[in-house]
Design a protein around this ligand. Structure first.
Ligand SMILES: C[S@@+](CC[C@H](N)C(=O)[O-])C[C@H]1O[C@@H](n2cnc3c(N)ncnc32)[C@H](O)[C@@H]1O
Length: 273
């Protein structure tokens, strides 16, 4: 992938997220909306934090693609130090407001995560990436670039990325699609959304279309959970993949959870040396 392409996708994310209010974020994000998913995230945060505490008094966390702080806050509340990185100045403005109570434990950088990782020498006990890998065209290379920034026994923790679509059962795939459509139909710009969906079904994705590029892998084939697990294992990590269900509609979320559907994943991985 060319640097120009990666830069253009990052820019399109910046434009989109600078235009998003806190309400927009919640409306579009099942993990910020539904208690079941928030509970799962908080359970994993507590596990990760407890493991980090074994090796250090005050764990240091790097939150990549931090948004307005919903991911950062639970770590701060537990007593961690957090460095947040996001390309959107508007998201970081809200994050700074939301984390005001913890201002001595928290710093932020408004930049592309790739530039941050390439230009920083800092090391962390945990790198958390929530609802973010699917925004990055070359997420495997991003993960590879994260690894030198982890301390011994450091942890890589990702949450809320779509399972690679061609690994889903036909039921899970259809249920996820209809759940999304049942919500999308009430969100405005119906015909624009419909024509984009039909175009993508023909395999046509446009380099200059924000909707095709901001949610990069959501409009393609999801994120390859198995390739990420393999990469981390080959770098001496213990890896746990947690699969769960997430959709925007409250009714479909409830039913999908009860039926034990799965369309999303989290990876919790710890370095063994
Ligand atoms: C779906 S939001 C997730 C926010 C937060 N982690 C959460 O789970 O609520 C994705 C975030 O990634 C940021 N982002 C997208 N591409 C980026 C890039 N290349 N570098 C830094 N931040 C980026 C966006 O600005 C946005 O705030």
């Amino acid at each position: 992938m060319s640097r120009d392409h990666l830069g253009s996708v990052a820019k399109q994310n910046e434009v989109l997220y600078n235009s998003y209010s806190a309400e927009d974020n919640i409306n579009a994000s099942p993990h910020l909306k539904h208690q079941q998913i928030k509970d799962l995230y908080l359970t994993l945060v507590n596990n990760v934090f407890d493991k980090a505490k074994v090796n250090t008094e005050q764990p240091e966390i790097l939150d990549l693609g931090s948004g307005d702080g919903s991911v950062t806050l639970p770590f701060l509340a537990l007593g961690a130090k957090v460095t947040a990185v996001d390309i959107s100045s508007e998201q970081l403005k809200n994050l700074t407001k939301n984390c005001k109570e913890y201002e001595n434990m928290f710093s932020s950088h408004c930049t592309d995560v790739v530039d941050y990782l390439q230009n920083s020498n800092e090391k962390f006990d945990v790198i958390v990436i929530n609802s973010f890998l699917h925004h990055i065209p070359d997420y495997m290379s991003l993960i590879q670039q994260c690894l030198p920034h982890l301390n011994p026994h450091g942890q890589f923790f990702s949450f809320q990325d779509p399972l690679r679509y061609d690994t889903l059962s036909s039921f899970n795939r259809r249920y996820s699609r209809y759940s999304y459509l049942s919500w999308r139909v009430f969100q405005g710009d119906f015909w624009g959304g419909y024509s984009r969906m039909m175009r993508r079904r023909r395999g046509v994705l446009l380099d200059d279309c924000v909707e095709d590029n901001a949610e990069y892998h959501v409009t393609r084939n999801g994120v390859d959970q198995d390739a990420i697990a393999r990469l981390l294992k080959s770098n001496h990590f213990n890896v746990r993949t947690v699969k769960y269900f997430a959709t925007q509609s409250a009714l479909f979320q409830f039913l999908g959870y009860k039926a034990r559907c799965a369309n999303m994943f989290s990876i919790v991985a710890q370095k063994t040396d």
